[in-house]
Design a protein around this ligand. Structure first.
Ligand code: DGL
Length: 274
């Protein structure tokens, strides 16, 4: 950790914009310190990549980022990355690493009907880690799952102020609710950090009686506790002048840059991977 623990530097990382939902939770809980954001724009989206490719890419980008930005704590704000590579990243870096995994436990506790849904990327749903969470916390329930890359793309568009394609999103929601007992789903895990960006659209498609649960606040609380900070009520106004780190891309990711700016990430730097 840095010598000045009064202003810790927290670096939040995702493939794209999803991790900004964790940033929002940190800002809401009054995180005191420097916040940076990193997106692996050159390899986005993660959800449809092979496990072998992601296992090579994530630790490589994580260590390049940490070497470049020198944070005190690293938050992998991505279920697809954490369920595959959290332990590998922890092994190769020497700062605390917080991972983001599907909120199966709170969803299982919240369900009255005993039928829960999990919306994630196809990658997250393939993971033994996710199976283990279901086995540990929800094996007494019926768990229906759907993996979607379309919802990740929709989230990036909607966050940038573009019109949501409700027809496209409805199809994704129905891929979950049309499964056996899908009509009894009363709780849905948003097991991709992108999905809270389209929470309103998803809520209107599932109906107001379905509870949508994500990991944002839990991850923010865990991060604060590792930094010995207590969550507090904050104005939720981002501090300006923070840095956005990107991996090299062929085309400038204008949309991401614009959305990240609204969260206070105004300086953009590209981090090379060797
Ligand atoms: N935001 C990521 C997650 O939580 C995945 C998005 C992607 O497919 O790149 O899983």
């Amino acid at each position: 950790m840095s010598t000045d623990m009064k202003t810790p530097h927290c670096l939040v990382f995702d493939s794209g914009m999803g991790g900004l939902t964790i940033v929002r939770s940190l800002q809401k809980m009054g995180f005191e310190g420097r916040l940076s954001y990193a997106a692996d724009t050159g390899f986005f989206p993660y959800g449809d990549k092979s496990d072998a490719d992601l296992t090579r890419r994530i630790p490589k980008f994580a260590s390049a980022l940490i070497e470049h930005a020198r944070p005190d704590i690293f938050v992998i704000a991505c279920n697809t990355a954490s369920t595959l590579a959290l332990s590998i990243v922890r092994e190769i870096v020497d700062i605390p690493v917080v991972g983001t995994v599907p909120a199966i436990k709170p969803a299982a506790n919240a369900s009255g009907t005993g039928v829960i849904g999990v919306l994630a990327t196809p990658g997250t749903l393939r993971r033994a880690y996710t199976d283990a969470l279901v086995h540990e916390f929800a094996r007494h329930l019926t768990v229906r799952t759907h993996g979607s890359v379309i919802l990740v793309e929709q989230a990036e568009e909607v966050a940038a102020g573009e019109m949501p394609d409700m027809m496209k999103m409805r199809k994704e929601v129905e891929a979950l609710t049309s499964q056996p007992d899908g009509d009894k789903i009363d709780t849905v895990v948003l097991a991709c950090t992108h999905f809270p960006l389209i929470r309103n659209e998803l809520q209107s498609l599932f109906g107001k009686n379905v509870l949508l649960i994500d990991s944002g606040d839990a991850i923010a609380r865990r991060t604060l506790s590792l930094l010995n900070e207590r969550p507090k009520q904050a104005a939720n106004t981002p501090l300006p002048g923070q840095t956005l780190y990107l991996s090299p891309t062929e085309r400038k990711p204008e949309r991401l840059i614009k959305v990240a700016q609204a969260y206070g990430f105004e300086t953009v730097e590209t981090v090379e991977l060797d």
